[in-house]
Design a protein around this ligand. Sequence first.
Ligand SMILES: Cc1cc2nc3c(=O)[nH]c(=O)nc-3n(C[C@H](O)[C@H](O)[C@H](O)COP(=O)(O)OP(=O)(O)OC[C@H]3O[C@@H](n4cnc5c(N)ncnc54)[C@H](O)[C@@H]3O)c2cc1C
Length: 393
Amino acid sequence: DVRLIEFSAPDLNYSPGDVLMVRPHNLESNVVALFTMLADNVTTSLGPDTIITVTEREPDMPVPRALIQPITLGQCAQQYWDLNVRGDDKTDIPVRFEMFLQATPHRYFFHLLSHFTTSELEREKLLEFTTAEGQEELYNYCHRPRRTVIEVLQDFSQTTPHIPLEYMFELFRPIKPRAFSIASSPTAHNKEVHILVAVVKYQTKLIVPRYGLCSNWLAALKPGDTIQAWVRGGSFHFPISQNVPMIMIGPGTGVAPFRSFVQERAAQGSARSDLLCLFFGCRNSAGDFHCRDEWLFLEKDEKLRLFCAFSRDQENKVYVQHMMKDNASLLWELVSTQQAQIFLAGNSKDMPKGVKGALEETFQNYGNMTQGEAQQFLERLERTGHFQSETWS
Ligand SMILES: Cc1cc2nc3c(=O)[nH]c(=O)nc-3n(C[C@H](O)[C@H](O)[C@H](O)COP(=O)(O)OP(=O)(O)OC[C@H]3O[C@@H](n4cnc5c(N)ncnc54)[C@H](O)[C@@H]3O)c2cc1C
């Protein structure tokens, strides 16, 4: 499930290669679940409308920007605390406890909870998770099935209503912004910014699927909704000269930064198929060929040379690295005689290794190099910015 999401952004300045940072909100169902649990405590009566003020106690721990103004607990639960991450995530630990808890960081969440419970049974279980012997069980309960904070709190229903408000800031970490390669050209799409988002959803042993926070929140936006986002420089430095040949390798959503770059060149009238080479990969030509019509049009218009690997369209899996090997003589010609620059973007799992292998094989076969020389040659290209990558998990 991949979405091309187009935002109207009249005040946003960006260039191809930049990244859009997005701060997501929690799923409404998680926010509702939190307040349902807190409502069980009749003495504190914490609700979404409760207004909270956060003040600085220690000079080296300033109040986060999002909390400088008084906000409602509802806003905090929706926009600040990450209710999606696993309860055993070590980033739950406040910095000042890191040294103290270095050996057992993931136990902190349960350690804290054990202080607030009124149930002996739950206290026993929580404390068990903080012992050395309890670690395997904690792993199987929490980490392996990717249990969310809310699910853990629901399991400890005699404890959750008694968490003091102040300690919620210790238990829940702030929502982290996510990066998305900008997929549009500022010239071709004036006052707009586009991103290509793979919606993260997967199954563990739990019946309820796991949902990536930001991608699902983005996918659920409706026309007219607004988001909090800003631009950050990416790791790509695209050539300023319009005569440098470019080899772009972007399977899946990895094609996003190249859409931005190629659109920009096309809008400036300098896109040429002898200079721009794109290796794209996906499962099926009819299924997840993102922005297919645009690419085919650019190819037909001789603005781009397009090589596509559709891994599931035939019996043998064909990936971008296979297409690169099939076109190795062209790659070598571009790299060796025209000082082409190579750009790689996308999933960091297996693809970058495969692509590097294909490049090294090309250098060996066409550049008459040994394996060691080919590796060194690739390293030199990386050092000099002739081979750049931006990959993510
Ligand atoms: C520079 C940069 C550019 C990026 N550009 C893009 C882009 O153009 N498009 C894009 O879609 N993303 C891009 N990303 C990735 C993006 O930032 C997010 O990481 C991604 O959208 C997932 O965020 P999320 O909040 O939906 O998921 P999260 O809530 O952050 O969950 C993701 C986590 O879930 C776990 N997970 C995921 N799948 C499985 C599985 N099958 N089994 C077990 N665990 C799993 C992993 O631990 C993973 O880290 C980019 C990242 C960087 C750093």
